[in-house]
Design a protein around this ligand. Sequence first.
Ligand code: ADE
Ligand code: ZN
Length: 336
Amino acid sequence: MLKKLVSTLPKAELHMHIEGSLEPEMMFRLAQRNQIELPYPDVDSIRRAYQFDCLQDFLDLYYQGMSVLQTEQDYHDLAWAYLQKCHEQNVVHTEIFFDPQGHTCRGVTFETVMNGLCAALDKAGNELGITHRLIMCFLRHLEEDDAFSTLEMSEPWRERITGIGLDSSELGHPPSKFKRVFERAADMGFRRVAHAGEEGPPEYVQEALELLKVHRVDHGNRSLESRNLVERLAASRMPMTVCPQSNLRLAVVKDMRDHPIRDMLNAGLNASIHSDDPAYFGGYINENFYALIDAIDLTSNEIMQLVKNGFKSSFLPREDIQRHLAAVDTVMDKIL
Ligand code: ADE
Ligand code: ZN
């Protein structure tokens, strides 16, 4: 019954890297289409390779995987497959991350990426009624200068890109490294989010708040190590986009039964549930909820809270958020 509730509820996804939705079947198909050689003989051996001890293990395969993306059609096909999944899973609004530097560094232009993604997003708006925002992330293992040039490349696309984010290898690359980039982006009117406290210490979350002036913290799990920080995050109702299956697969938690989502809600944190890199971590948004139902007996009330937090933390206008929250209440009444 709880899984039926999850699958029926309208949902907002706020933390999903489009490159992380590249399923092995599509990776293989695009590799053939673009005559790129993959270091795997078949789809099964790609899936078998998805065993990670830490974030970097995953990132190495993630960057290798995205190298099959070359043409507008490839970016369109990637996004369209994800958006169809959204439709199947009742995700009615999605704020998609993409990593421009993961493409421009291979000679694919910013325009190619944007044309492909936008074509699929516009089609999903028209045909499936799914709304979206685009958030371009800077790769934090690269230099500040590289982020600045990427910000410049986004200029012609200002109307299509709502926000900027910060992702990739966290340890050793604190938010402070990108303070000036985020200041410039803020002046340009971009919303701001950053991965922090996934592998990095609570101080990185604090830097994201104070130096990057983020509107949301992506992951934020390690905030729980600092009582002061938790109080501050709770008092400001700072959105935190939590990704349970990612946390398990990247060893942020050892066992799903240890997942801190209930502690986060009980501490007053504004947490919501998302899929991060669904093709790599074993599932899309619904599967992330199912994993918590199975492991920690997530309750209907917690499910409702997490789903509502997702809409409230989105970059949608207030009236749209209210409409989605009312739709959540309608489904809650119908199913329970
Ligand atoms: N890029 C894609 N997924 C990521 C994650 N979970 N952490 C940091 N960078 C990422
Ligand atoms: Zn992420």
